[in-house]
Design a protein around this ligand. Structure first.
Ligand SMILES: [Zn+2]
Length: 710
């Protein structure tokens, strides 16, 4: 192999050699463990490969469980998954000999897809991890350790008009070139052929796609990957701005960060609504420097129209982005007129997508999918991405940044070429991709929904947040106590994906603070669908002892807070035009008149009636407003702080510990009411099962006859 790397002292200039000898030695000579170790190192750097992009393998002799004989087995990353987090379980195992035997059955490229089900016949040891379509690339290259990666620096060359020549120029014959071809059985054969023609090479650039390279040991393969990418990076770095200015030069300047975020927050719910015309979407916003350099450039429109090149980029980002024709300086406070303007852009994007589908389809093509854009670029501001969930939207954004890097590199050394329209279509509507989509698990009840909850640090609010997360929602937790917010945020990001939780310390009584909470929701997820006002506290005093301060505090948190939260949220829901749910946590005291409860009881009654008034007003926009009436939820509740529990216990002549049983006894069902019970009631309203229910009240008090609604 023409490889001059000094692997003993290997230190790349741009990338980092993360190989830790002590860690590696702990795996001994277990090549599979070393493969997992190497893969995780490679996948930890997005410059080396994009999320879930590329695959790695090794070949090892194993004992056949059936015959007891030694056989050659290919261990290769299975279908799906990401090499950065891959474990041994993510590897498919196949008999190498059987894989080679498949060549006899191969009838040519038009029958290529027929080879895919045959891979299952080559599985070793009943492994249930499905082999990916890239398996033949690893099987037919006769080296022990192989990396197939999607590094931006290499794709930049692979997507250049003179990619083949540049590859020769950079690697001086030590790396071969294979023209663009969809990954699969045939590409595996092409690689085998290239190796026969060019013995001793250290890797192959796959036109329009990426890199494949190898090594005799896991470490040698790792060094080879890093060195090839590093060399390409150096080549590009030395050429940026030399042939022509980066992206044709600067067309416009970015706004300041605060202004960018203001603009993004004011328009994102509208964009989300338009992107959700077929199916509700969740959003992601970024104003990463690389994005700003691209969106502010002279070549933005031309390059954006060329689409992306690497099939991975393309599948995640769609054929091309939508560039907003708005000037960031223009006044967008009149959102209705801005919306009209953007709506036109969306319509022409959808028409364009439909015509692309019609031009490229054949009689076997699956039906047209959602024609809305995934990537939306706004010069001076940044990039919005929309997808079925937050992770997919974030990853689409990362992929477009990969694509931007690729265009930047390619344009520095040559002309950037995207995939041809037909090739792009063949990948997007490939029968195997369609099958993958059909295998997706059923979505959860609150998938694609964004919820905001006040009082999220307390027992009830926290329980509701947890239930929503379990049911697939993205959740913004707010509370007026920063430490509680942090505690719940830490707990939930540990239990659920970090992507789906956001938090904001917010005072429900303060207009600006509520607006800030929604800004957090918008910049994190794109808007809001479910609003829950759970913030509350209780003060129980005789009328003559109730101070104005007591009165104002209760009314500010519960009544004014509910009003502000709803008012600001409805503005966002109106921009989205996707309807919504508002659920207010009230109390049985909204209906039951008891002594020593003048301020709390009347504030709760105001909350209940306000909910009904809102239901009456907002129905036309498909915004439902309902209330849940809990009673005596003791565990974890904030209202029991400040001496309330003690006061109640004293009033009844019992200890605080006896309160739950005492309250249970007062109920028809003789049950204690728990925060989870309230969470389930709120979920019932927003789960989609009660779509025709608004202005309603649901008691969750284990049955108190005085509070039965009339
Ligand atoms: Zn690939």
């Amino acid at each position: 192999m023409k490889n001059n790397i000094d692997i003993e002292n290997f230190k790349p200039s741009y990338l980092e050699n993360l190989w830790d000898d002590t860690a590696a030695k702990s795996y001994g000579s277990d090549d599979v463990a070393l493969l997992v170790y190497r893969s995780n190192l490679l996948g930890s750097d997005l410059r080396i490969t994009n999320f879930a992009g590329g695959n790695t393998s090794c070949k090892q002799v194993e004992v056949d469980p059936l015959t007891g004989e030694n056989v050659d087995v290919l261990w290769v990353k299975g279908s799906g998954g990401d090499i950065g987090t891959m474990t041994k379980k993510g590897l498919a195992t196949l008999y190498l000999e059987k894989l080679h035997a498949l060549k006899k059955l191969y009838k040519g490229i038009e029958h290529e897809d027929e080879m895919v089900p045959l891979l299952a016949h080559c599985i070793f040891n009943l492994n249930t991890t499905a082999p990916s379509i890239d398996t033949p690339l690893h099987a037919f290259v006769p080296h022990k350790h192989i990396d197939h990666l999607h590094p931006d620096a290499i794709i930049a060359i692979a997507a250049s008009k003179d990619g083949k020549k540049i590859t020769q120029d950079i690697f001086q014959g030590s790396v071969a070139w294979v023209d663009w071809q969809r990954p699969g059985f045939d590409l595996g054969l092409k690689l085998e052929e290239a190796l026969k023609k060019n013995p001793g090479i250290r890797g192959i650039v796959l036109g329009g796609h990426g890199l494949i390279n190898w090594g005799d040991t896991a470490y040698e393969c790792y060094c080879n990957s890093l060195d090839l990418i590093d060399t390409a990076t150096k080549y590009l770095e030395e050429r940026y701005g030399k042939r022509k200015p980066v992206f044709g030069g600067v067309n416009t300047k970015s706004l300041g960060q605060q202004a960018r975020h203001d603009k993004a927050a004011s328009i994102m719910p509208t964009l989300r609504g338009l992107c959700s015309s077929y199916n509700r979407m969740v959003g992601h916003f970024t104003d990463d420097d690389r994005v700003l350099e691209f969106v502010n450039s002279k070549d933005l429109e031309t390059l954006a129209a060329r689409g992306t090149s690497c099939p991975d980029h393309f599948l995640r980002t769609k054929i091309r982005p939508l560039v907003l024709p708005l000037s960031a300086e223009s006044d967008i406070s009149d959102i209705a007129s801005v919306k009209k303007q953007i709506e036109k852009e969306f319509e022409s994007y959808r028409e364009y997508y439909e015509s692309y589908y019609n031009r490229c389809k054949d009689e076997n093509s699956p039906p047209m999918r959602d024609p809305n854009p995934v990537i939306i670029l706004w010069p001076q501001v940044g990039m919005f991405t929309f997808a079925k969930d937050k992770q997919t939207a974030r990853v689409a954004s990362e992929f477009y940044i990969n694509a931007i890097n690729v265009m930047k590199g390619a344009e520095a050394v040559s002309d950037y070429v995207g995939l041809s329209e037909q090739e792009a279509f063949n990948i997007e509507y490939w029968a195997l991709e369609e099958a993958k989509l059909k295998r997706m698990p059923k979505e959860k009840a609150l998938s694609r929904k964004i919820a905001i909850i006040t009082g999220g640090g307390g027992g009830i609010g926290r329980s509701i947040a947890k239930k929503f997360l379990e049911e697939g929602a993205c959740v913004v937790i707010t509370d007026n106590q920063a430490d509680r917010v942090q505690e719940v945020y830490d707990e939930f990001t540990g239990l659920f994906k970090k992507d789906v939780v956001a938090s904001c310390t917010a005072d429900a009584t303060d207009e600006n603070s509520i607006q800030e909470a929604y800004r957090t929701a918008i910049l994190a997820f794109g808007g809001v669908d479910i609003i829950v006002h759970s913030a509350g506290l209780a003060i129980s005093k005789p009328i003559v002892d109730t101070s104005v301060k007591d009165w104002d505090l209760l009314y500010n948190v519960m009544v004014r807070g509910q009003f502000l939260l709803a008012r600001e949220g409805v503005k966002i829901m109106e921009a989205q035009e996707l309807g919504g749910d508002i659920v207010n946590i009230v109390s049985k005291n909204a209906l039951v008149s008891g002594p020593k409860n003048i301020a709390y009881g009347s504030a709760k009654a105001a909350q209940l009636h306000m909910s009904r008034l809102m239901a009456a007003e907002l129905g036309a926009q498909k915004i439902r407003v309902n209330s849940v009436n809990p009673d005596a939820v003791i565990r974890g509740s904030k209202i029991w702080d400040d001496g309330w529990a003690q006061a109640r216990a004293k009033a009844y002549g019992i200890s605080v510990d006896e309160l739950p049983a005492f309250y249970a006894k007062r109920t028809v069902l003789n049950e204690e009411v728990l925060p989870e019970d309230i969470a389930h009631a709120v979920f019932a309203f927003v789960s989609g099962q009660l779509k025709k229910s608004t202005g309603n009240l649901l008691n969750v008090d284990a049955g108190i006859t005085e509070s039965f609604p009339r």
